[in-house]
Design a protein around this ligand. Structure first.
Ligand code: 2HG
Ligand code: ZN
Length: 464
């Protein structure tokens, strides 16, 4: 069969008009938020039902056509990028939620449900979907599950993995599996659900997910604290954690703040300039809790760990303080940043960051380096900004040449080369810094079980 005959057959598997091959669609659906790879899919297909997904996977097996899953395309590791004539399977039309089950505190979602849609639905029932990040307005649940997305509330609520009660998946063989059936307790052998979370679509596609919800947090309150140096941030975390149940503990550098300030649409936290800032959040359930927070702030000032600070007094102020942190990534994106998303255990953060910072300062004396991240859970985002006058290829080549030193340090600390953005194409050549050769062989063997013809997102996580 010729290539166009394959595609004609694909049209018959889905609703009319749900296969696109025009240049604009190929460009738009063939990529995520990464900028290193040129998209080159051969078609985009939009299934509406599980049966259609199964039909597409079976068709792909018959003709040995590679499939790439596509959600909100907000990924930062090129796991949803199609560079090689693949067929992109978009879940845009599988975007329904079921009724909220208020007893089990769960809701059934199709993979194309937008994260914000789930958060709003939970809110309508006085419940809470706690996995949150800047791209929640366009990222999809299927993609969140594919990368085991983290974000800004991990210190309290954990990763996406913690919120998946059950999964229906179509494996690379086209079989439909119902995994865990939403149970809390289920001691019946291997939990295959967990394998599909974070698998980046390399084992199969999620066609339905039952997501857990939590009680709604009460009176969320944020503080932004300016510190005199990086070394003061961890004692601040320790001091606050000893007194309060934190829902977030983030940090950003003065350079990151300056970028957000330059937008002109976010009020500054305070006028004192500090090299680093911590943003923490807690539930101010009683006045006593707020007083405890203020007393801890004063203690931190006395210790010399904090120079200035502010506490939100309204939902508007809470939202404005969060913008200081959440707007960073989007604000610097036009500078084509080279991103690192690395993690170590919390106790090792100070020593680790110092070593990485030394490598970066030595290797990129002329580049702007922007630090921020979820420091309360050990996850640091290191963004190197492209100088305006340097072309993209030369810039990325220079950054890649520093990877070895950075990732050897990650390895030395038993850290992760990708804390929350996934491996995709961007980090796959560095997987060995976080996973042993034996572990990678077991991962490949698992892929072969679920996807014997290697049609599911080939080349992502590891090379084929
Ligand atoms: C964040 O925490 C996102 O803002 C994006 O994970 C991180 O842009 C980045 O490097
Ligand atoms: Zn992040």
């Amino acid at each position: 069969m010729t290539h166009s005959a394959f595609l004609e057959e694909l049209h018959t598997l889905v609703d009319p008009g749900k296969v696109l091959t025009d240049a604009d669609s190929l460009e738009a659906y063939g990529k995520d938020w990464t900028k290193q790879f040129a998209p080159a899919p051969s078609a985009i297909v939009f299934p509406k039902t599980t049966e259609q997904v199964q039909a597409i996977v079976r068709w792909a097996n018959t003709h040995k056509v590679a499939l790439v899953p596509s959600g909100g395309r907000t990924g930062l590791s090129a796991a949803a990028v199609a560079t090689n004539g693949e067929v992109v399977v978009s879940f845009d039309y599988m975007n329904k939620t079921g009724a909220v089950n208020t007893v089990d505190r769960t809701v059934v979602c199709q993979p194309g449900v937008i994260t914000k849609q789930l958060q709003n639905l939970a809110k309508d029932h006085d419940l809470y979907y706690p996995v949150d990040f800047a791209s929640s307005g366009s990222s999809q649940i299927g993609g969140n599950i594919g990368t085991n997305a983290g974000g800004i509330k991990v210190i309290r609520y954990g990763m996406t993995r913690n919120w998946v009660a059950g999964l229906k998946v179509v494996t690379g063989k086209g079989d439909l599996l119902e995994l865990n059936k939403d149970l809390i307790k289920n001691a019946t052998g291997y939990d295959l659900r967990q394998l599909f979370i974070g698998a980046e679509g390399t084992l199969g596609f999620v066609v339905e997910a039952t997501m857990r919800l939590d009680r709604a947090p009460k009176n969320l309150t944020a503080m932004v604290l300016g510190t005199p140096d990086f070394d003061s941030i961890m004692p601040v975390l320790h001091a606050f954690r000893g007194k309060l149940d934190l829902t977030a503990f983030e940090f950003f550098s003065d350079k990151a703040l300056a970028k957000v300030m330059a937008r002109g649409d976010v009020p500054p936290p305070f006028t004192t300039e500090c090299p680093f800032y911590a943003l923490l959040e807690f539930e101010a359930t009683t006045e006593q809790v707020s007083n405890e927070a203020l007393a801890t702030f004063e203690h931190c000032v006395e210790q010399g760990w904090v120079i200035d600070g502010v506490m939100s007094q309204s939902e508007q102020q809470l939202a404005n303080l969060w913008k200081l942190r959440e707007y960073i990534s989007e604000t610097i994106s036009h500078r084509t940043p080279y991103k690192n998303d690395i993690s170590v255990t919390v106790a090792q953060v100070p020593a680790f960051l110092k070593e990485i910072d030394a490598i970066v300062s030595e290797s990129y004396p002329d580049f702007e380096v922007v630090w921020y991240g979820h420091i309360g859970d050990g996850n640091l985002h290191l963004n190197i900004l492209k100088p305006e006058d340097l072309d993209k290829e030369a810039f990325f080549a220079k950054c890649v040449s520093v990877n070895k030193a950075v990732f050897e340090t990650v390895q030395k600390y038993n850290g992760s080369i990708s804390a929350e953005h996934g491996v995709g194409l961007v980090k796959r050549d560095y997987l060995n810094y976080s996973r042993s050769e034996a572990e990678i062989q077991y991962m490949k063997a698992l892929k072969a079980v679920f996807d014997p013809n290697g049609i599911m997102n080939p080349g992502k996580i590891f090379a084929v």
